[in-house]
Design a binder for this molecule. Sequence first.
Ligand SMILES: C[S@@+](CC[C@H](N)C(=O)[O-])C[C@H]1O[C@@H](n2cnc3c(N)ncnc32)[C@H](O)[C@@H]1O
Length: 362
Amino acid sequence: MANESLSKAKSAKNDEFYTQYYDIEREVEAYLDYNPDVFRGKTVLLPCDDPEWSNFTKYFAQNFERLGLRKLISTSYAIERKQERYGAQLSLFETEFETSSPHYDRKKTRSHGKIFILEQDENGDSLIDIDDLKWQYLKGDGDFRSAEVTRLRDEADIIVTNPPFSLFREFVAWLVCTDKNFIIIGNMNAISYKEVFPLIRDNKMWLGVSSGAKEYLKPGGEVQKMGNTCWFTNVDHGRRHQPLELMTMEDNIKYSRHKEVAGQHYIHYANYDAIEVPYADAIPSDYEGTMGVPLSFLFKYCPEQFTIIGQTQGDSGKELGLKPYPRELKKLNPSLRDGQLYYIKDMHPEKPYARILIRKKQ
Ligand SMILES: C[S@@+](CC[C@H](N)C(=O)[O-])C[C@H]1O[C@@H](n2cnc3c(N)ncnc32)[C@H](O)[C@@H]1O
């Protein structure tokens, strides 16, 4: 296999992990705390799912009545496609589920995606819940990019899922070309993608309430630890309207619990008019200029308190108009390049970690 396809297969293989029930519950309940009617009368689509056992399907089906949903649609990707992409044996969940069902078709079950719909009480127990889910095969393989699943997107009001991370850019593009609401999981690195960051900067997308699950499940049931995931959404929640409580610059220097701040001064970048702030809780409340803060600031970002101006990853140096890195400094730190933000500390040029550039709202 050529190197490129090998690495594609490897990253696609890493797509196969599943979200745990309590992580979904914790996040979704926070939107409900802010607006108890957020799902009322709405159609929710769960694409890129495995409806026969997915916790997304389980959560929304079990809470169908409490949330006041109009309709729940959940779709899965064909087993054959997964095997082509991941080259691995998949769980028995996925191969044995529907053999007892009257729709079961031995061939289709491998090559077609499935759709599960919950809309009304089917079994006459006067409840609409997981036992009323109806399913059938999709016409195609359930790829979210297919016309068939795209029509379901257009029918839905809110799209919720943990999409394949290797297709995250495409998935976001597929979502935001509509005016649909969404609540999705992604890798935190996606914040700086050129397809994602402008949406965050322009308040068309923000981080969810919880900091993201730390553990997911692999197809075999074993736990996979992932410390770098978060929720991305355009559904409003209360946390983003709580301003950060901050100290003045003088008080930070006197009292900060961070050794990089206490007794120090805030360093000004050498090639951009902004100060370096290494922790979100060390943002000086009285600083009127631009500040470079860690990506984790976005978990505390309140759009009424701050404006996001830019970021420092990828090609952003050009957009920010960063002054070039002087040749005479190259011998002090040869790893620095033109287009990168830097500051001088103890006579040494250094590049900060990834930074979001923000400014206090007037
Ligand atoms: C990260 S997993 C999450 C599964 C499920 N949503 C959950 O969180 O439990 C992403 C799923 O998307 C599926 N998938 C991969 N490529 C896809 C595509 N092009 N269209 C739809 N689903 C896809 C994968 O097989 C995988 O099951």
